[in-house]
Design a protein around this ligand. Structure first.
Ligand code: GCU
Length: 362
């Protein structure tokens, strides 16, 4: 038995299941509803104030990068991921996996074709194995300097090739910088063409690069980037070729101290998206991703210039011996490899001519 006060303040004795309960029930219901409204409003309010990182994303994508955490291309990728997350208000999250943890570039491209990895930044040398028409942009001794290359990539030709790779499997997003590549080895300073004779030089897994090395009288040994240090150390190869930041960040300078500046090629890099991933995205999100990729590329290019300078300084103060090829010798190197143009650009000599003409614009 309970003693309950009713509206007219008359005490009455009733059982729990009573008319009074029925009378008060609507009021309790109102209280419950009001509480629910308050809770939901608080949650909505909290959601509004959640940072993009705290919200549950609609998509979580992977991004493969084979360089170290502080390398310009990795920092560019992280910037890309931040921009995308911000501009999609946390709906799209891109997790950048650096240091080649998702595999070497060849495997990454293959996985992307089947939707196993969503995004990546890869070297054009590797991509050209998948889309051979890209070789035209990385031919040896093609660009006079960085300004020349960027005039081409930022212009009509660059746009045509970037959009050109976009098919059901891969979508091109933006161009990243990777400077110029030079030779280095553990044996001796290379200062003339004859010094290349018989040298075992590691190259990317690229048929074009195998031919270039062969044309210079050396022996090409194709292998993945991650294996170069140990191969130099164990004498499996005598040398390799790469830009200043790669030579420094992968510590190749420790095991190959002779560095010859010949700038035999400039191999741009591309940010790409898997066709499977692209399919899942709305037009609006695709536009955001494209715009963020382009912005991140501008950022990466700035970082690149600075890092290339720092890397060069660093290795020179750590025992690297630098040889600058004379103009005369560089011409001999250049002439020695001209035959590869016929093999790789036979059908696109018009593009080569247009690229060369861009170099003359000052
Ligand atoms: C550069 C490039 C890498 C590439 C490497 C290589 O460092 O940025 O993506 O893998 O060259 O020589 O393999």
């Amino acid at each position: 038995m309970y003693r309950i006060l009713v509206a007219d303040d008359e005490p009455i004795e009733r059982t729990v299941v009573s008319k009074t309960i029925q009378k008060y029930f609507p009021e309790q219901l109102a209280v419950i509803l009001a509480t629910a409204v308050v809770v939901v409003s608080i949650m909505a309010l909290v959601c509004c104030y959640l940072t993009p990182e705290e919200k549950e994303p609609e998509f979580v994508f992977s991004y493969a990068e084979n360089q170290g955490e502080d390398y310009p291309t990795t920092l560019g990728a992280k910037y890309f991921s931040e921009l995308v997350e911000k501009r999609t208000e946390g709906r799209i999250r891109i997790l950048v996996q650096a240091e080649g943890t998702l595999g070497n570039e060849k495997e990454v491209i293959l996985q992307m074709k089947y939707g196993g990895i969503d995004f990546a930044r890869v070297s054009l040398s590797q991509l050209a194995e998948y889309a051979p028409e890209l070789n035209v942009l990385q031919m040896p001794y093609l660009y006079e300097d960085s300004t020349h290359m960027w005039r081409v990539l930022d212009g009509e030709i660059g746009a045509k090739f970037l959009n050109g790779i976009s098919d059901d499997e891969l979508v091109g997003l933006s161009w990243y910088d990777a400077g110029a590549r030079n030779f280095y080895n553990s044996k001796k300073p290379i200062s003339c063409l004859e010094d290349m004779e018989g040298m075992k030089i590691r190259v990317q897994e690229s048929e074009l690069m195998e031919d270039v090395i062969g044309a210079l009288g050396a022996v090409a040994v194709p292998m993945g980037y991650a294996d170069v240090y140990s191969s130099l150390e164990r004498g499996i190869v005598d040398g390799a070729e790469n830009n200043w930041p790669s030579y420094e960040s992968m510590s190749h300078y420790e095991v190959a101290r002779y560095y010859t500046v010949d700038e035999h090629n400039r191999v741009p890099e591309m940010q790409i998206c898997s066709g499977y991933t692209w399919e899942k995205l709305s037009e609006k999100d695709r536009a955001i991703i494209m715009e963020c990729a382009k912005e991140s590329a501008r950022y990466e290019r700035e970082l690149w210039t600075e890092r290339a300078r720092e890397s060069k300084e660093f290795v020179m103060s750590h025992g690297t011996e630098v040889v600058e090829l004379t103009a005369e010798e560089r011409k001999r190197f250049r002439n020695a490899v001209m035959g590869v143009y016929e093999k790789y650009c036979g059908d696109s000599m018009d593009v080569i001519e247009k690229i060369t003409a861009e170099g003359a614009v000052r």
